[in-house]
Design a protein around this ligand. Structure first.
Ligand SMILES: N=c1c2ncn([C@@H]3O[C@H](COP(=O)(O)OP(=O)(O)OP(=O)(O)O)[C@@H](O)[C@H]3O)c2ncn1[C@@H]1O[C@H](COP(=O)(O)O)[C@@H](O)[C@H]1O
Length: 117
């Protein structure tokens, strides 16, 4: 995959970890008047979860449309709202990444076959 110039995999991870940190700080601040993250959190978990679902649907629509840039924007919305949901549930991104690490090298087809055996 080609990443934007100068933007390596470590930088991509930095971005997600920095965003996770910012989101945690906004949750701790609890100031819905000045923070979208705090506002969303104050509206409750079902609203956060629904928002993630909406953004996922918007990403699907963008993927099926002609504008590559629309998909980039909607994918960013999905990642952002997923991080907000994980923070609200006290699940560190590192835990999700560890699960992906655990799955690394196991084909999805093999895993599926092992479930139906
Ligand atoms: N990455 C984001 C980010 N991506 C999207 N959004 C917001 O997500 C919202 C969702 O957009 P939509 O248009 O889908 O929804 P909406 O109609 O505005 O909202 P609803 O009325 O449907 O709830 C918009 O208000 C966007 O601005 C984000 N808001 C914040 N961040 C990051 O989070 C940090 C903390 O933000 P605050 O909590 O606002 O300080 C920021 O510095 C950014 O780094």
């Amino acid at each position: 995959m080609t990443l934007p110039w100068g933007f390596g995999h470590a930088a991509a991870m930095d971005t997600l970890l920095r965003l996770e940190h910012t989101i945690a700080a906004r949750l701790a601040s609890g100031e819905p008047g000045s923070s979208y993250v705090a506002q969303l959190h104050a509206r409750g978990l079902p609203v956060i979860a629904r928002k993630l679902g909406e953004e996922a649907v918007e990403a699907i629509v963008a993927a099926l449309g002609p504008e590559r840039g629309d998909l980039v924007g909607e994918a960013a919305d999905v990642l952002f709202h997923l991080l907000v949901l994980l923070a609200a549930k006290d699940v560190p991104l590192a835990e999700v990444l560890a699960e992906l690490d655990r799955r690394e090298g196991t084909s999805g087809l093999d895993e599926k076959a092992s479930r139906s055996a």
